[in-house]
Design a protein around this ligand. Structure first.
Ligand code: SAM
Ligand code: SF4
Length: 361
């Protein structure tokens, strides 16, 4: 038996929906683990805890955004329940993201409880850095292991132009606060944009080296209609590597964090330079993750529209069976994880209509 809604277009957020499989069917794979139909083990989730943000980055959002009404957003208790359920299914790592996760009220309440969950080994966070000056020490106390900070430029005017709102100085103070709090292996994420920040890649690497940070460069992905053709701004990993090799000796390594990035080392420094190359280097065959949006949709792939809506299950009055039903839905969602994304053919006409801030980067 297959739930037909699994093959459908994005699942609507009504209460219709999921009919659990029998326990015999859900245990087709090793019980207590998540394995998709291509044999990939899912051990990592990215949970967006808000679609809101205090920036409006040009590659991520449109200038005018309509955010979700509050009642459609998972409560912190629902977020915790989702992560607990995944942890019970063998997921050992969770990344909290958004939108900007640190603008969510009482975020520390959630982080502390997630960090304490049985079975979970790593709680990590992706942030734009705007609130880190205030929160870095609390994040450390809450049990967050590592932090990724988005930083596309070191020039204040340019930073304002890219984020439409943000102040560079505040983010740089946030980076200092993270270092002072004692976080290790903090990583910068830089989206590569031709004509916008391609003259700064080496400066960003210098900044990472000077501050003992790692840095990953990301090829821009066609997610949502942000109002510009992305083929104009696309900058490939190969070109960036060629550019950086004028200033740095880059030694390629086989190191992996289990994710899509490929890494290079700069001898004599602690800095690792990564590249996430959805266009030029497909990494889908080793994908180990799924994403959950702030409104409770489980997206097995960032690059596809198929989703399983968990919200009705989280809010249903299902009595004693509630947890089993949620668990069964998550197991069943493995059936809609596609083999690969298809970003390469859709630079200017994205088939994925969601903004990155919706799905959680
Ligand atoms: N607000 C936080 C931040 O900016 O780090 C977390 C959410 S943000 C959506 C997560 C990551 O996605 C950021 O590093 C951001 O640069 C990246 N991102 C957003 N839109 C993207 C796109 N179209 N292509 C590639 N990366 C993107
Ligand atoms: Fe906000 Fe992060 Fe998207 Fe920028 S990339 S608009 S900071 S969610």
């Amino acid at each position: 038996m297959r739930n037909e809604s699994l093959n459908a277009e994005p699942v609507p957020s009504g209460k219709e929906g999921f009919k659990p499989t029998t326990s015999a069917e859900t245990s087709r794979h090793a019980p207590g683990t998540l394995v998709d139909k291509y044999g990939r083990h899912i051990t990592y989730i990215r949970l967006s805890i808000t679609d809101r943000c205090d920036f409006r980055c040009t590659y991520c959002m449109a200038e005018e955004m309509t955010f979700l009404p509050r009642e459609k957003v998972l409560s912190l208790e629902e977020c915790l329940r989702v992560v607990r359920t995944f942890a019970g299914l063998g997921v050992s790592k969770v990344r909290i993201t958004g939108g900007e996760p640190l603008v969510r009220r009482n975020v520390m309440w959630l982080l502390e409880r997630i960090a304490a969950l049985d079975g979970l080994k790593e709680l990590v966070l992706t942030t734009n850095g705007s609130q880190l000056n205030r929160y870095a020490a609390d994040l450390m106390s809450a049990g967050v292991k590592r932090i990724n900070i988005s930083l596309d430029t070191l020039r204040p005017e340019r930073f304002k132009a890219i984020t439409r709102i943000g102040e560079l100085d505040k983010v740089l103070r946030g980076v200092d606060a993270v270092r002072a709090a004692g976080f290790e292996r903090t990583k910068l994420n830089t989206v590569m944009m031709r004509g916008t920040n391609d003259d700064e890649f080496a400066d960003l690497v210098d900044y990472a080296v000077a501050n003992d940070l790692n840095i990953s460069f990301i090829e821009e992905m066609p997610l949502g209609d942000v109002g510009h053709g992305r083929s104009n701004t696309y900058f490939s990993t190969e070109e960036a590597l060629a550019l950086l090799s004028h200033r740095f000796e880059l030694v390629s390594t086989l190191e992996t964090t289990g994710g899509p990035a490929r890494y290079w080392r700069i001898p004599g420094t602690e800095t690792r330079v990564g590249f996430i190359s959805p266009h030029s280097h497909n990494f889908c065959d080793t994908c180990n993750r799924v994403r959950i949006t702030a409104q409770g949709e489980l997206y097995p792939c960032l690059g596809h529209n198929d989703a399983m809506n968990l919200l009705p299950l989280l809010r249903a009055d299902a009595g004693d069976d509630a947890d089993a039903t949620l668990r069964a839905a998550i197991v069943e969602s493995m059936g809609i994880k596609p083999k690969a994304h298809d970003f390469t053919t859709q630079l200017d006409a994205p088939k994925v209509v969601r903004f990155m801030s919706m799905t959680g980067g």
